[in-house]
Design a protein around this ligand. Structure first.
Ligand SMILES: [Zn+2]
Length: 117
């Protein structure tokens, strides 16, 4: 389960962001996760509850956005979503020579919270 280390990183970053913005408590954290990371949102949510306990994040909701895998064909420059049905080949020219341009992301996109009065 590599989700645990991702959650730890996410919490660390979110807590730092919250502190630098003078928040007293965090109400929501938004993260964008690429499909290629293999991260399972269910486990992210599960570990998040444990990791957030007794921290500034304890009442925060974790909102996960999934970024689908996008490949760029090196032969005809078509951008496409690789799928097993087409053996992950380019749908335009059937080439297998491509590079993955999206889907490996792991980003903290937003930290919402309440500021101290
Ligand atoms: Zn192509």
């Amino acid at each position: 389960m590599h989700e645990m280390s991702y959650v730890a990183r996410l919490c660390d970053l979110a807590a730092k962001t919250a502190k630098s913005e003078g928040m007293a408590k965090v109400t929501a954290i938004h993260a964008d996760i690429g499909q290629m990371t293999g991260i399972v949102p269910f486990y992210m949510q599960k570990y998040f509850k444990t990791a957030a306990k007794n921290t500034i994040l304890s009442e925060a909701e974790l909102v996960i956005g999934i970024i689908p895998v996008t490949a760029l064909c090196n032969t005809c420059k078509t951008e496409y979503t690789p799928d097993a049905e087409h053996d992950y080949l380019c749908p335009a020219c059937k080439s297998g020579d491509c590079k993955i341009i999206k889907g490996r992301e792991f980003l903290l996109t937003k930290v919402k919270g309440e500021c101290e009065e």
